[in-house]
Design a protein around this ligand. Sequence first.
Ligand SMILES: [Zn+2]
Length: 190
Amino acid sequence: MFARVDQDALKDLEDPDLSDERRLALMFIAAVRHLYRSVAPAAFVSRAAPGDRDAALACVNCDTDLRSPALYCSDRCRDVAKHIRYIRKIIHDERITVPDLQEAIGIRLLYIGSGGAGGPVPIGASATDADAARMHAERDRILGDMAFRVAAPTPLRACDDWRNWETRQREFKLARRGVIEARIGSVAAE
Ligand SMILES: [Zn+2]
């Protein structure tokens, strides 16, 4: 699925006038391509199975226990999942080679990698080298996890599945409402 990306896009990494945003997007795409080729399909472990995870009311993106019918624990998790679906989709339809879309992807990756909504504060004047190193490590961890999920031949989580998420998220919400109502019912019966 990355044949055209090789030819059309990654050579632009050598362009000295490349924007930081597009450079990040191209490096992300290169990482995805590398994972897609080097990781055996069976090693992409699916975490998309519903069932127990519905009952646990966990964040669909990171498994944090929510104790509420919400799908995500944070705006950041919503952003990460939305962006994974989007990149998987445009790799599928080959629009990943369009420079403007790469620029847009880079802008989102920078935003998510810098903490996004509710994430760590930006590096300010008082930040130490240790703060900066920690933030870079955190960014690499988040973007690395995203690259792995984008590269997976089949979606690793239900929220990574651009074809079916619209339907699946309704099922998740209904199941969660059911869990909450059952809990309220069992408390009321005591
Ligand atoms: Zn989460």
